[in-house]
Design a protein around this ligand. Structure first.
Ligand code: GRG
Length: 296
């Protein structure tokens, strides 16, 4: 059965697992719990968790070990979206086709929901009983995710991005920014899955790490292209917002055609990293195709 047929199953699996980890609305802190659940559940493509499970299939890892990495990465992703949408950052109204968290609740609640999701991500990796009973190096998993979430990753990329508005970055600077802001978290899902394979074999981690970097950058270029060519209804956020804000996007720097060319180059490079796995890499090949061809 091809990987695409199992995607609904994995999406449901991560949804249920997230539902278990997220706090149920309770007591005086209920608005915080509600904002967390509003931001995480029932939406999003779940690309990062899917990459965790796809890598798990390629390496033959028991999916029960992957639920915690899959949930933790989605919590970090959801937190970054909440904070990115805040008035102090992009000041967006719409996310996943519905009001952003600070619009649906209020700004303070949105900030706290993001903060708490970040804490929850690491709690999941530290407390998951499946990881513990299989004797997986949980500190190693935490290291991968903290690296992706910190100054070398999301927050570092975000501050470069905020400083880059109305500036023109060089292609090298823009690629470094997008590596930190986007690709590093996509790669982290793949690396966490590798971490759950106790002995993945020589060169496997490096090959999959390079796949994650290339496909993560291709993901961002596709996102920028959709901002130019997509429709608000389909992408679930305002179309054309990058250009309106003078943001340093790939199309703004290199033009639309060159951006599409760079996405193809990165896709080809990503696919070549999978050659060594033969047929067994079909789940990651499918995810790579999905990422560069998606319409939302
Ligand atoms: C820590 C505030 C803060 C920001 C870090 C990751 C990030 C920087 C900001 C998030 C917003 C953003 C535009 C990120 C670029 C990556 C990206 C295109 C995210 C959207 O991811 P999808 O398409 O979203 O996977 P869904 O809704 O499907 O989960």
């Amino acid at each position: 059965m091809p990987f695409c047929k199992r995607i609904p199953f994995y999406r449901e699996r991560v949804e249920q697992s997230l539902d278990q980890w997220l706090p149920k609305p309770d007591g005086l802190a209920a608005p915080l719990h509600e904002a967390m659940r509003y931001s995480v559940l029932g939406g999003g493509k779940r690309i990062r968790p899917l990459l965790v499970y796809a890598t798990g299939e390629v390496l033959g890892i028991d999916a029960n070990l992957l639920d915690a990495p899959a949930c933790s990465i989605e919590c970090i992703h959801a937190y970054s979206l909440i904070h990115d949408d805040l008035p102090a950052m992009d000041d967006d109204e719409l996310r996943r086709g519905k009001p952003t968290t600070h619009r649906a609740f209020d700004e303070a609640t949105a900030i706290l929901a993001g903060d708490t999701l970040q804490a929850l991500a690491f709690r999941i990796l530290a407390e998951d009983s499946e990881l513990m009973s299989a004797d997986i190096d949980q500190i190693g998993l935490v290291k991968v995710l903290t690296h992706a979430a910190g100054a070398d990753g999301l927050t570092g990329g975000q501050i470069i991005d905020l400083g880059a508005e109305r500036k023109r970055l060089t292609p090298e600077q823009i690629e470094d920014m997008f590596f930190r802001k986007t690709a590093i978290l996509i790669r982290a899902g793949i690396l966490m899955a590798c971490h759950c394979a106790k002995n993945p074999g020589p060169g496997v981690r490096d090959a999959l790490s390079d796949f994650g970097r290339d496909i993560g950058l291709a993901f961002q270029i596709r996102d920028d292209i959709l901002d130019v060519e997509g429709s608000t209804e389909v992408i679930g956020k305002p179309q054309g917002s990058d250009d309106e804000r003078g943001k340093s996007s790939y199309p703004a720097i290199m033009g639309l055609d060159a951006s599409k060319g760079r996405a193809t180059e990165l896709y080809d490079s990503a696919m070549s990293r999978l050659d060594r796995f033969g047929e067994s890499a079909e789940p990651l090949r499918y995810m790579g195709d999905y990422i560069v061809n998606r319409n939302q």
